[in-house]
Design a protein around this ligand. Structure first.
Ligand code: GTP
Ligand code: MG
Ligand code: ZN
Length: 301
């Protein structure tokens, strides 16, 4: 049988087949090869109600469409990059690194500015304007639910993860999107408790820091992944020149620079720097670009 891994906890995996959720472990061959199972993986599994390690055994991970290591998820269509302007304050280099990671993995980024109640409308507009010409961009207020329906229509039917710094409101947004939907969480709790006597940390979801990636299937077919927050991100090991390709707003300018291998930093007749001066490329995006090229250069030494 085939299903999606919707959660992993202490060596147990929860597998959802579109109808019910079962819990079990990876077969020995997967463990021996130290093959990781990501939340989002589509797996082959068998039911064995008598197995001491839960009621299913995972045999094989079906080839992934894509995966990220931070957060550790696979098979995404969209990654919603969630960040607030205050509480916590926005860190644009981290936001842009997360976006670059999506570009590299072939996942469509969507920008979501959270906690819009804590900033002025002007500040929110200004932050949105950095991204809205490049990516679908929305702002949401987790207290009133404003902006949730706009986000819902962008992600409907897709495999979508919410990712971003700790405390920006990812789980709050997850709860708003999941409101009124059938909940597989209770079934998961019961399975975990039966097997281990434990209950997971999910009781009171949204009020605690998220510790595990978890998928919430919605009735319109959306697979919504809530992920733990982070404070920093490392760049993947790539060639410095390849960083240019991770910025869509540079792509059609790359060929207009005097040098085809222009890094858009010190070279003369650089179309990207011209666009920066004209305000077509935003200063914060360009600064992120420069710091990312510096970071990947360090690893070349
Ligand atoms: N004022 C305000 N507070 C919010 C909003 N959204 C969430 N919060 C609060 O911010 C805190 C963190 O929210 P969470 O949803 O747990 O944040 P998270 O991104 O899931 O955090 P991690 O799981 O640690 O990564 C909670 O106390 C929420 O009640 C919002 O739109 N406005
Ligand atoms: Mg959370
Ligand atoms: Zn250039």
């Amino acid at each position: 049988m085939k299903g999606t891994v919707v959660k992993g906890i202490g060596g147990f995996y929860f597998v959802y087949d579109g109808d019910t959720v079962v819990m079990g472990k990876a077969r020995g061959n997967l463990k021996r090869n130290k093959e990781l199972i990501y939340v989002g993986d589509i797996v082959d599994f068998d039911i064995d109600k008598n197995d001491k390690d839960g009621e299913c055994v995972i045999h094989r991970v079906i080839e992934r469409k894509n995966h990220l290591t931070r957060p550790p998820v696979s098979n995404l269509d969209i990654l919603v990059v969630v960040f607030s302007l205050v509480q916590p304050a926005v860190n644009y280099p981290v936001v842009d690194k997360l976006i670059a990671g999506c570009e590299l993995a072939g996942i469509d980024p969507v920008i979501c500015i959270s906690k819009s109640d804590l900033a002025s409308p002007e500040e929110v507009e200004k932050a949105l304007s950095i991204y809205s010409k490049i990516y679908p961009s929305v702002s949401v207020n987790g207290v009133t639910g404003e902006g949730i329906s706009a986000l819902r229509s962008i992600i409907s039917g897709k495999k979508v993860a919410l990712a971003g710094p700790s405390g920006v409101g990812k789980s709050t947004i997850t709860n708003l999107l999941h409101e009124g939907e059938p909940d597989i969480a209770e079934a998961e709790e019961a399975l975990l408790k039966a097997a281990t006597g434990r209950i997971s940390s999910k009781t009171g979801r949204g009020r605690h820091t998220t510790r595990h990636v978890e998928i919430f299937p919605l009735s319109d077919g959306t697979m919504l992944y809530d992920t733990p927050g982070f404070t920093s991100l490392d760049m993947p090991v790539i060639d410095p020149i390849a960083v240019r390709e991770l910025f869509p707003e540079f792509r059609n300018l790359n060929s207009s620079c005097r040098y085809s291998d222009c890094m858009h930093i010190n070279e003369p007749d650089c179309a990207v720097k011209e666009a920066l001066q004209q305000g077509i490329i935003s200063v914060s995006r360009y600064d992120s670009y420069k710091s990312m090229t510096e970071e990947v250069k360090k690893w070349q030494k």
